[in-house]
Design a protein. Structure first.
Length: 129
C-alpha cells in the first residue's frame, strides 16, 4: 500500500529508560508515525469522514509516552504501534521513537528505534501468544 498519513516530530516528555535517573526525571522524546491506509476515497471526495482523524491518534500516543513507563525504546515503540493499529483503517504503521537527550558520554543528537508493524502480523502474533 502506498497511501499514508505522516505525523512527524511529536515531542513529549516521558520517563523511559533503564537508568534510575531516567525513570525519575522526565526527558524529551520525539515520535514519528507513518500510517498506511486506503486514502483514495478521501482524496477523491474531499470528505473528512473518509479518512483517518489523526487528532485522536496523536492524543493517544502523546498520553502513552507521557504516562507510560518502559525501560526500552523498543517496548515503547511497540506499544505505540499497537495503539495506532487499534484503528482498523490503519493497515500498517511505522513508528520512530527518539530520545533527544540520552544519558551518554558522547555528543549525539538522539538515539532511537524504528518499528514497522502490519495488521496481519499483529493479529498472527496475538493468536500465537
Amino acid at each position: 500500500m502506498s497511501d499514508a498519513i505522516e505525523i512527524r516530530g511529536l515531542r513529549v516528555l516521558g520517563t523511559h529508560g533503564v537508568l534510575e535517573e531516567e525513570k525519575l526525571r522526565a526527558q524529551p522524546f520525539e515520535v514519528d508515525l507513518v500510517l498506511e491506509a486506503q486514502l483514495e476515497d478521501a482524496a477523491d471526495s474531499d470528505d473528512v469522514a473518509k479518512t483517518i482523524d489523526y487528532g485522536p491518534i496523536i492524543s493517544s500516543v502523546r498520553d502513552l509516552v507521557a504516562t507510560g513507563h518502559f525501560d526500552l525504546l523498543e517496548s515503547l515503540a511497540g506499544a505505540v504501534a499497537e495503539s495506532v493499529l487499534s484503528d482498523k483503517r490503519v493497515q500498517a504503521v511505522t513508528v520512530s521513537v527518539r530520545k533527544l537527550h540520552p544519558p551518554l558520554a558522547a555528543d549525539v543528537a538522539s538515539v532511537g528505534v524504528r518499528l514497522v508493524r502490519r495488521r496481519s502480523e499483529t493479529v498472527a502474533t496475538r493468536q500465537l501468544s
